[in-house]
Design a protein around this ligand. Structure first.
Ligand code: PLP
Length: 448
């Protein structure tokens, strides 16, 4: 029989809750496996730390979102937001499900082409597109979402040398009742700039005005903000039709839906406050259906949902490095996952769980990363059971933005594996090594 491990007793002051004579009950259930794959074995096989992505969760989230919108509105199209997670394997799952690509840079545009996306199904967003990038994407028939007047004039200039019409849309920003108001992208609705841009486009022979777009922000918990935004875009579509007898092909509501992750400083857990896909769908489709657009003229509704489609599908597994008692008396637990690999720890209180069975004892713990930097803290204070060096931990809901905004700081980026629907485990990005850097760095000959 294996010898039981010693745990130093802890005395916890009972501060809240309904205690019995032994204090408040508090239990953390471990997360020992992900879809039947043992966390410990995954770490032993693929190294620690390790990103894990679940294909089933991606597909289920996509289908839930699509169902919520398509059951309420006749024409719905998803466009995968590349910047949220542009691993080729992840993008291809979305494309197989039917997603177009939504890109905000030429790097992402090239990635989408490389993933086999028809350039006509690439939405090119963002405030900076170079002349050459615009020229190539116009020639490819991509949907160009214009951000500002200088870009509009640049496109007009380029079109003098391009034999085909450009398919353009405008990005619109507006007051939706949530603050701060994102005003730096696109043309403003309230001050008439958006309408002005539409008129300039409609007065050009070389542009085809195909759509109206907005992306009101990210992690938006208010569904009414989307209803306001959809109504304002519908109004622009109606005015365009009245004045020019021209119907836009689509209204693109961008992304921004919240996830069940808990924001720092939030009073309630994200799982209690996050609106459902049905809530968002009801707000957006309700506003479009009750606009003045006639039913037979309803435009395609495009969604560029990022975060809410991928967060739940990602896990970050790691290993305890050490425990220490800090001067304040609080326990410090050092793990091999730092903020360089968990960028979203700056704004989320990530759920961290033990990866092996634990006792019911727990104590206030600061979870620190391995970097030699004071800000490398994954959780300031969390009730956590005692784990020993070498024991596994699991951080949940990390699929959005961490694999694009990660930093390489002082170490190599770890492996990423994909769990397939039939129990497959595939490496979808290799761990970096010294060669990753040697291929890019150059040493001047005098230093060789
Ligand atoms: C980032 C972004 C998205 C995705 O946003 P989420 O908040 O992740 O859903 C969609 N559209 C545009 C234009 C974006 O910049």
């Amino acid at each position: 029989m294996e010898k039981l491990r010693y745990e130093r007793p802890v005395i916890n002051k009972v501060l809240s809750g309904l205690p019995d004579k032994f204090g408040a009950k508090f239990r953390i259930d471990p997360r020992t496996d992900i879809e039947g794959h043992s966390v410990k074995e995954l770490l032993d096989t693929y190294g620690s730390p390790l990103y894990v992505i679940s294909e089933n969760t991606i597909r289920n989230s996509y289908r839930d979102l699509y169902q919520a919108f398509s059951s309420r509105y006749p024409k719905v199209q998803m466009a995968w937001s590349y910047k949220t997670n542009y691993l080729d394997a992840v993008c291809r799952i979305f494309h197989r499900e039917g997603s177009w690509a939504e890109v905000v840079s030429w790097f992402e545009y090239e990635k989408a082409l490389n993933n086999g996306v028809d350039p006509k199904k690439i939405i090119f967003n963002g405030p900076h597109k170079s002349a050459e990038e615009l020229r190539q994407s116009i020639l490819g028939g991509s949907l160009i979402h214009i951000d500002h007047f200088d870009e509009l004039y640049l496109i007009l200039e380029l079109l003098q040398q391009i034999p085909i019409k450009a398919k353009v849309a405008i990005r619109v920003n507006m007051d939706t009742g949530i603050y701060p108001h994102w005003e730096r992208f696109g043309f403003n609705y309230e001050n008439g700039e958006a309408w002005n841009a539409i008129n300039r486009i409609m007065n050009s022979e070389k542009m085809e005005f195909v759509g109206i777009h907005t992306h009101i922000g990210t992690y938006i918990m208010s569904t009414s903000a989307y209803a306001v935004a959809a109504a304002k875009l519908a109004d622009l579509a109606v005015r365009t039709d009245r004045k020019y007898d021209h119907k836009v092909k689509y209204i693109d509501m961008g992304g921004g839906f919240a996830t069940s992750n808990t924001l720092k400083g939030a009073y309630l857990p994200g799982s209690d406050t996050c609106p459902s896909f049905d809530d968002y769908a009801e707000a957006i489709t309700g506003a479009l259906l009750s606009s003045e657009i006639r039913p037979e003229d309803l435009p395609l509704l495009i969604l560029e949902t990022g975060r809410a489609l991928i967060d739940d599908a990602g896990y970050l597994l790691g290993t305890v490095v050490a425990n220490k008692r800090m001067a304040s008396g609080r326990r410090g637990m050092i793990i091999d996952i730092g903020i360089n690999h968990l960028f979203t720890s700056f704004w989320y209180e990530h759920t961290i769980l033990p990866g092996i069975p634990v006792t019911s004892n727990s104590e206030d713990t600061q979870v620190c990363g391995p970097l030699c930097m004071n800000i490398d803290v994954i959780r300031q204070a969390v009730r956590f059971p005692l784990l020993q060096p070498g024991d596994p931990v699991v951080i949940e809901r990390i699929g959005a933005y961490n694999m694009t905004q990660w930093m390489q700081f002082i170490t190599y980026r770890p492996r990423i594996i994909l769990l397939g629907p039939d129990g497959e485990v595939d490496i979808i990005r290799e761990k970096e090594n010294l060669d990753t850097f040697k291929t890019h760095e150059r040493v001047p000959s005098r230093l060789k």
